[in-house]
Design a protein around this ligand. Structure first.
Ligand SMILES: Cc1ncc(COP(=O)(O)O)c(C=O)c1O
Length: 408
């Protein structure tokens, strides 16, 4: 039998999806599973997008240009202007989701053996995309006690070697919800300048910043315009995960040329997806506002509720729709499995994402989980109750042991 590739072997399983079969089994047993594990928004897609799909007036569903449909890219130029991101149509390349944008960014800028520095916990697929490109992630742990703020510059500098080619950030952050301050972004800019690195900046959650603190895009930083590769996606912004539309934005001509070769090889981003994504840019401002307000309410409700449960701690996320919470458990991977395979509260249980999968360093995040607030408030209320009850009876619960020892 032929052997499979080493590259495939070292590809990590998605920490979000790997417990899926256990969730399916729980459902087969008649248990309702609350999915807090995945960033699949439950809010409606803009009606403009759905109408555009219904009204497609074409006789051939053809390839689109490899860089994406021109009218869509033109409209995106105006969209980014609203965020003070000043780019030209030629700087915007449409991709098959933000996922392909990250992959093409790495493939276009990095060679096998090159290294990029990523503050962790981080969006898990960066590691997978780095493996695809043969590159290696060097991670720096952000700390839950510091709300997952940017680790000190010295920690970055310690990791810089002749192989270091870039820094990857996600702002606002998945999984932590952290939003980098102007000061932190300036520190990143200075590092990028000093060592002439790429700055890969994933800003797919820009619409979801909740604290009034400014959103600082990598394109707001002076002097690193040629180093910056911005990653974008409509998946979260408009509840359009299934459209598979994203974008890679750069002013660096050489990078663009490389990216375009990968784009041409895969021929075209999805046609229907682009039609719907373009129409979404005309969504009623109330659409965004309603979704935004919904997340604001859920965030407060969830974080207050989590911090009320004995032994649980969650910092207050400033953006996106996730938080990483610390649980009083021996091992969050085991706890998440146990929730699906051995526990139910009134025929209900939770699907949480163990945070260990968002770190590349073994042993990190072992008592942390990522929770996505992509369920309505009533469901979040039930979820909090289930978590509280689960922690009382989980065999590896530190809370239960405290309670027992108090009684004994
Ligand atoms: C931070 C971040 N970047 C990129 C992606 C990829 O999104 P998509 O490929 O659906 O556009 C996601 C999806 O969850 C994400 O959270």
């Amino acid at each position: 039998m032929p052997t499979v590739s080493d590259r495939g072997r070292i590809m990590p399983n998605s920490p979000i999806r790997k417990l899926g079969p256990l969730a399916e089994k729980a459902k087969e047993k008649g248990i309702k599973v609350y999915h807090l594990n995945i960033g699949q928004p439950d809010l409606p897609t803009p009606p403009e997008a759905l109408e555009a799909i219904k009204n497609i007036d074409r006789t051939i569903l053809e390839y689109s240009p490899s860089e994406g449909i021109r009218s869509f890219r033109e409209k995106l130029v105006r969209y980014y202007q609203k965020f003070n991101i000043n780019v030209n149509i030629d700087d915007i390349i449409i991709t098959t989701g933000g996922s392909e944008a990250v992959t093409f960014a790495f493939m276009s800028c990095l060679d096998p053996g090159d290294e990029i520095i990523v503050p962790e916990p981080a969006y898990a697929n960066y590691e997978a995309f780095a493996i695809v490109a043969g590159a290696e992630i060097k991670s720096i742990a952000a700390k839950i006690e510091e709300g997952f703020a940017l680790p000190p510059v010295e920690a970055f500098e310690e990791l810089i070697t002749p192989k270091t080619r870039g820094i990857m950030i996600c702002n606002p952050n998945n999984p932590t919800g952290y939003l980098y301050t102007r000061e932190e972004m300036n520190k990143i800019r200075d590092l990028v300048k000093k060592y002439d690195l790429y700055l890969f900046s994933d800003e797919v959650y820009r619409e979801f910043c909740y604290t009034g603190a400014p959103y600082i895009s990598a394109f707001h930083l002076e002097g690193v315009e040629q180093n910056t590769v911005l990653i974008d996606s409509v998946s979260k912004r408009y509840s359009e995960c299934g459209l598979r539309i994203g974008a890679l934005i750069t002013k660096n001509e050489e990078v663009k040329q490389n990216v375009m070769k990968f784009c041409q090889a895969r021929l075209s981003p999805p046609l229907i997806g682009q039609i719907a994504a373009e129409a979404s840019l005309d969504a009623d401002p109330d659409y965004m506002l309603n979704n935004y307000n919904e997340y604001v309410n859920r965030r407060k409700f969830l974080i207050d509720g989590l911090n009320r449960i004995e032994g649980v701690y969650s910092p207050i996320p400033m953006g996106a729709f996730y938080t990483v919470a610390r649980l009083p458990v021996d091992n969050a991977d085991r706890f998440c499995e146990w929730l699906l395979s051995d526990f139910q509260y009134e025929k209900q249980t939770l699907f949480l994402a163990p945070a260990s999968g968002f770190y590349t360093v073994a042993g990190k995040g072992t008592d942390e989980v990522r929770i996505a607030y992509v369920l309505k408030k009533e469901d979040l209320a039930v979820s909090l109750k289930i978590l509280e009850e689960a922690l009382k009876v989980y065999p590896g619960s530190k809370v239960k042991h405290t309670v027992l020892s108090e009684k004994s």
